[in-house]
Design a binder for this molecule. Structure first.
Ligand code: ZN
Length: 281
């Protein structure tokens, strides 16, 4: 099995300090949390940013500050969200690509999301795919349901997403596929040969889905975006705590951990973006 790529998602768009007082919110807190997670073994940091009130923002200067602070300290791969909650406009979402990250999320379909709707129309997805392709940004194809895999492949057929594809299966969101072992197996069996994949189990299902991913040869994402609890009844103190648990688990199960450079190789990232991250043309 190839080495295990651990992504850390330190805050996301939904969690607040009411859910967990340890949630990183400022650029400094987010960058520090990503750095600590890198020290623990994470190869990718998935970035959402907040404004001074702690609300979601798509302000590129805030992303920029996180990028700068992280890059000063370590070589972790940065994967910027192009969603940022359910409110941002399509234009705001597309603009994130101007920061030329090595990776960006590509949410492969529209769905109910909790009590809201997460819009990812066919036209928007084609524009986002084209934008990432043109800038050599690796799209992380987030699939909340098995139909989203076909959505992404329809766009790939138009020549807008390059192989090898990388999927992130997001299981357990209200409105998406439930986080069950059978569903994860089905997702993993439904992607084109030669693709890589990682999986997220939200809330109480984080560790179960992570463990299955390690065993099945997938990769994992952890962090307070997916669960503010470390285990039942115990709030997470840090994001690095989740990473450390996965590293120990992977060692027990005989799977080695990928460094950021090894992850770049596994995911076939275009290294040309490494020195361009955060630099707007
Ligand atoms: Zn996210």
């Amino acid at each position: 099995m190839e080495k295990l790529i651990i992504t850390v998602a330190p805050n996301g768009a939904q969690a607040t300090r009411q859910h967990n007082p340890n949630l990183p919110l400022t650029p400094e807190e987010i960058a520090d949390s990503i750095y600590e997670s890198w020290k623990a073994g994470a190869a990718i940091g998935h970035v959402h940013v907040r404004d001074v009130m702690g609300e979601n923002t798509m302000d590129l200067s805030v992303y920029q500050e996180v990028i700068d602070r992280v890059q000063e300290k370590c070589d972790i791969i940065l994967n910027l969200t192009t969603a940022g909650g359910l409110e941002p406009t399509e234009e705001e979402r597309l603009r994130v690509c101007e920061l030329n990250p090595e990776m960006a999320t590509f949410d492969a379909g529209t769905m109910n999301f909790g009590s809201g709707v997460f819009y990812n129309t066919p036209d928007f997805l084609e524009r986002l795919a084209a934008e990432t392709q043109q800038r050599n940004i690796k799209p992380e194809i987030e699939a909340f349901d098995v139909g989203m895999i076909s959505n992404a492949m329809r766009i790939a057929k138009k020549g807008l997403i390059d192989e090898p594809f990388h999927f992130q299966f997001v299981l357990g969101v209200a409105g998406g596929m439930p986080a069950t072992p059978k569903n994860l197996m089905h997702m993993a069996e439904s992607i084109p040969a030669g693709s890589t994949w990682s999986a997220i189990g939200t809330s109480k299902d984080q560790l179960t889905i992570n463990t299955m991913s390690i065993l099945l040869g997938g990769h994992v994402r952890v962090g307070m975006e997916d669960s503010v609890y470390f285990r039942k009844g115990e709030l997470a103190e840090t994001n690095a705590q989740f990473v450390t648990r996965i590293v120990e688990l992977a060692q027990t199960l005989g799977r080695e951990i990928a460094t950021p450079d090894e992850a770049r190789e596994i995911l076939k990232l275009k290294t040309s973006n490494l020195n361009k991250v955060g630099r707007r043309a």
